[in-house]
Design a protein around this ligand. Sequence first.
Ligand SMILES: [Zn+2]
Length: 416
Amino acid sequence: MSQLRVWKRIVGVEHTVITGVDVEGDGLDERVVVRVRPTRSRQGRCSQCGRRCRGYDRGGGRRRWGAVDLGAVIVELEADAPRVRCVAHGVVVAQVPWARAGARFTYAFEDTCAWLAARTAASTVAELLRVTWRTVTGIVERVVADALGGADLLDGVTRVGIDEIAHRKGHRYLTAVTDHDTGRLIWAAPGRDQATVEAFFDALGPARAARITHVSADGAEWIHAAVRAKAPQATVCLDAFHVVQWATKALDQVRRTLGNDLRQAGAHEAAAGLKGSRWALVKNPEDLTPLQRRTLAGLAKTNHGIYRAYLIKEQLRATFAAKGDHGRQLLAGVISWAARSRLEPLVKLARTLKRYKPLIDNTLTHGLSNARSEATNVHLRVLTRRSYGFHSPEALIAMAMLTRGGLCPNLPGRAK
Ligand SMILES: [Zn+2]
């Protein structure tokens, strides 16, 4: 094998001819520069559509693309970047077989970057690949757009979940829309008000908005108002995980009030024990550790109020697992039980549940997959925390598509 063909294998490019290899710079700045050009059949094509075109001019002359490091050494590809005139896209830079349109990095580099970004901390990816986080999010957007191949995420959507997500330490909010059938995040925009939700329906357009059958959300009136205005035919359901969250919060309040009472009465040890019970109370029973099980059993014996609140929260959870008529019976039971509990936060919970009962009944009747929307919701919160923040909602959507939309590329040269 000739040396240049060896280099072609090393940098992992196809439909590409290597014309020379040099080492440039020194010290930390040292880099291998691989000079390339597309094979004849790949020359003179539009970078938007791949069509063969007439040449236009030399464009910006020689250009470079960052490639994956070779061991510890920086590698760059260098080539001409002529422009062509496409009948559909006008004057554009010619396509190159080693990089996506508009990219400053090779396919192998971008796929590696996206693969890492889906799995590890933003700062790690940025440092390892010698790029900024902003560059990483730009790469992720390009990789996802490429994998979608121009498909419109809003096509064929009938059941959606609308939710608000706090990011940047709760100072800013996004409204996020997920597709209940695929579990994918399909739309997001800054803000949490009726106008933002209406912007989603405007993006759908009247024809697709008319085909929406179900919208799930939390109790936020501004979401419901937008649905009434833009998709009045849709059945509104309350997301089960939000409803269970209300009960968890009420339970937490009962626990805190009891803890304060104990401390004021001088029972510090009992108060400390109660504080340690928080996770035993909020976790799903099937996820409890043996120690947490014992904590819970202890509470059952000593603190009747808090154990009652726990059982009410668990019955509410069971309501959504049961669904249908059985679910509705359980819900009615939860409401009357909480109303008679003589625990302030639970009496309040009973009132809230009563107020939203028609919408909760919708959830129980139509059985929207709670697991999926909750998983997507939790995942988005993790994403906004894990990174340096996203400069645009599109960047966050792209990252969510990469990690939960099944669009993450394989590592270069690997089947999986
Ligand atoms: Zn074109």
